[in-house]
Design a protein around this ligand. Sequence first.
Ligand SMILES: [Zn+2]
Length: 188
Amino acid sequence: MNVEQVAALYWQLLLAVGEDPEREGLRGTPKRVARWWQEFIDHDPGRTDTAFEEDLVADTDRIVVVRGIIAWSLCEHHLMPMKLELLIGYRPCGSVLGLSKFARIVSAHTHRLQLQERIVDGVATDIAKATGSADVGVVADGEHLCMSMRGVRQDQARTLSHNFSGAFADGGAPGNQLLAIAARTELR
Ligand SMILES: [Zn+2]
């Protein structure tokens, strides 16, 4: 990312919205915001592909559910923040993903201009890859500032989206359980 160019564009933006970019409170703003963009875009989530081998009975019905993963991203339609709470479920088939990997996989998809649905799809794909499981369910409960702040205030509006595969798909019990858990989930 070109920090100098982004800072120069924010200087122009302040001017274009009728502000004085040279006034006391705004003098450092273009550079500060450009550095924020750099941190956001150049974020390194670390390794997301390691899983622990574990001897599991092949026909186990065990489902692992991780809830309460909070992530922030930027909506690509309005360049405004969205806050997501994610719920991830999968049926382990020989390997179990370390807990920190879930957060890393999520952050690998949130540190760019995004759509909630694309984040959910990308996280589901990566969880399936990392665990080798064909049974993966991801639900996201999102608050979008582009909705909360604009026009008629929709402070309570939430967007729920999901990506289900294998045992979670087709309206089966595991998928419905995940949706039921997600419906009780409140953004903190
Ligand atoms: Zn938006």
